[in-house]
Design a protein around this ligand. Sequence first.
Ligand SMILES: Cc1cc2nc3c(=O)[nH]c(=O)nc-3n(C[C@H](O)[C@H](O)[C@H](O)COP(=O)(O)O)c2cc1C
Length: 266
Amino acid sequence: MKLVRQFLDLPNDSKVKTYGVALLLCLVCSVAVSAAAVALKPVQDENKLLDKKKNILQIAGLAKPGQSVEDAFKQVEAKVVDLQTGAYVEGIDANTFDARAASVDPKQNLVLTKEQDIASIKRRAKYATVYLVKDPQGQVQKIILPIYGYGLWSTLYGFVALKGDANTVVGLGFYEHAETPGLGGEVDNPQWKDKWPGKQVFDANGNVAIRVTKMAATEGEKATHEIDALSGATLTSNGVNNLVKFWMGADGFGPYLQKFRKGGDA
Ligand SMILES: Cc1cc2nc3c(=O)[nH]c(=O)nc-3n(C[C@H](O)[C@H](O)[C@H](O)COP(=O)(O)O)c2cc1C
């Protein structure tokens, strides 16, 4: 107490008092910011989850005006899939499984070889969460799959929604990326996103045929697989092309989708 009194009694132009006050201010501010960050973390996590759900609903065409996200999401069932076998994994809560954290955990990830890593992600989690929308008879109507990969400046994170045939695209969109607004950022443009629904992921031989390309075909078999690249953003477009190819392919959801196409719900 005596020390505080002595400090306060110092003249205002004293260096010790100036530095002391500055230090005290820094301490108080950093404690306040840290306390706010810790206290708001649960709210932030909740909002992130809500945002993710909102995106899933939008991409799958399930968002209805006036309906809350939580209510609309009741029709979506999350399941964890083993990407190598394509089979569902029991005993892991799909709602809390964090594929992003698992992808950097050596016990839970697969390091991709240069040939495998067309999406430039270096490693991926062994498991992934898939989201299913079923009709009242239990038939899968939509399959929503998380996808991500490198564009020009950033990793783009999003979802692709397919019909129950595990082939026809219902929608595609990204909820997180740092591409340039107006250039690569046009991946969020509804007009570009509208080019995706109806496209077929696989050709008649079961090979991944969907691709983002300049001057996409407008008729014939090719037109069912090709999406026009973004003009002025070829590098981001290439990134999207690569990441879609990766996640639909053998090292992504390929085995899962193949099972699905052969015998309904994998
Ligand atoms: C500041 C700046 C930001 C850019 N951002 C992007 C981007 O986000 N995505 C992209 O593909 N190209 C971006 N470009 C353009 C690329 O450098 C390249 O020119 C472009 O991808 C070529 O596309 P085009 O063949 O359709 O013209 C950016 C260029 C500049 C100067």
